[in-house]
Design a protein around this ligand. Sequence first.
Ligand SMILES: Cc1cc2nc3c(=O)[nH]c(=O)nc-3n(C[C@H](O)[C@H](O)[C@H](O)COP(=O)(O)OP(=O)(O)OC[C@H]3O[C@@H](n4cnc5c(N)ncnc54)[C@H](O)[C@@H]3O)c2cc1C
Length: 463
Amino acid sequence: MKRRRFLSAAMATISSWLVRRRVLAGELNNSSGGSSCSAGSTEDATQHESNSLEQVTYLRKVPVRYAADVVVLGGGIAGVSAACAAARSGASVILVERFAITGGDLTSGGVANFCGQLHGQGEVFDRILQDLHKFKAIDAKRPVVQYEILAIVLQEMLLRHGVKLLLHTRFVDARTRNQRLTECIVCGKSGPEAIRARQFIDCTGDGDVARAAGFDIMKGRPADGLQLPMSLMFFVRHVEANEAFPQLPDDWFVPIRRRTDLPMTSIWPDGPRSNALKIKIPKFDATDTESLTRAEIRARRRMMEVLDYYQRIEHKPWRLDHASPIIGIREGCRISGDYVLTVDDLRAGRNFDDAVARGTFYLDGHKPDDDKRTYILKKSEMQVPPYQIPLRSLCAKDGRNLMMAGRCFSADQLALSSARVSTTCSMMGQAAGIAAAMSVQNNCDPRDLEAAKVRRVVEQRGA
Ligand SMILES: Cc1cc2nc3c(=O)[nH]c(=O)nc-3n(C[C@H](O)[C@H](O)[C@H](O)COP(=O)(O)OP(=O)(O)OC[C@H]3O[C@@H](n4cnc5c(N)ncnc54)[C@H](O)[C@@H]3O)c2cc1C
């Protein structure tokens, strides 16, 4: 037994050494490390590379350290809402989040702004608003929030609901039997561990759980797989004119000299003597390790180029304060559900028998293939009436006990361009949490629940 283990460890070491040598020799990987790249072609190349790579089998026993009725993977607004709602229904709940704080795009991504209708999103969102007001951390005129405080509000709400929170813990893999997830493998600072649960909710935004389980997913636009573009948020502090100077050294990056050469840049007030800036970074794939790495590199270079333009050409008395630690991701992977919500459903304001959530925002489809202020639709085509989201769009079609909420729910790209806003993600999360807890109580799969009963609870809880 010992000998076999030694031999397989030795084989794995030799294989990984061979792979490493080939990577270093540039045989396996042509990462450009440079500026923009086509996600369409990146995706093709990555597929091709992974298919042709030598493979190793990696076996390891891990302790089943935790067990719960419901495990929520990913602690963005959808995940927090799902976890709190499931716990409120009496389920024992664990929330797994890879960063130090919850809130996802809204906090770690620096978005700090709520779009869509604020009221009637459900008691979880209502409570978030109330607590932000108590901290005076939400602007009186526009729903811009102080995201460091939002992170505290979310964390305290989870703890009040009795949710077991695992931070700095990444979902890594899923174990399945008969299309049912049995455990998920997570890795925090204690190393890899398993969590056993009866219901799982994928709120990673990128469908990480569904992808690991081998379930069907959708990504990008049908023609070429390009996803809605990412954007980096960064923040500047206002300084006295005599303290203002350009920060980009002369021979670094590609300075911008004309306003028309700027990427789409949005600028907002961000509290006293501060501005938030958002720059568009298109054509990268948020679900591909190398592409996401290149996106982050590109984004931070662009940030310095844009900052330099405002400091040097427009003479803004600004100093870089900080950039979000992660680029904002609008679209990763969407999980194929029992129903795929379409843009036509939104346009028609279609009603569903199993509706459990509602969206109210316009079709905000930023064009995926350039970095200017361009949109997939004409302005006149963007408005939609309030629309419903069915329970079937929150149930993974290939999994019996996997639900999803937030920006990885089952929708086409244009439907997502509206439903991805924070208010709708929260309402979807609340519905998924309620349904998961009801499935535990009724010992059934979420798709077998009586949708009208789920909706009744959703409505009782203020949505
Ligand atoms: C640039 C930009 C601007 C936006 N502007 C607005 C706006 O003004 N108003 C508005 O309402 N909405 C806006 N949105 C949309 C909105 O912020 C997001 O779509 C929404 O917050 C998504 O919530 P979510 O919970 O589905 O996903 P996310 O916020 O992405 O949360 C996913 C969470 O899962 C965690 N996670 C991911 N993978 C793993 C893993 N493997 N293991 C453990 N944890 C994991 C992440 O760390 C994150 O916390 C904007 C989005 C972007 C990108």
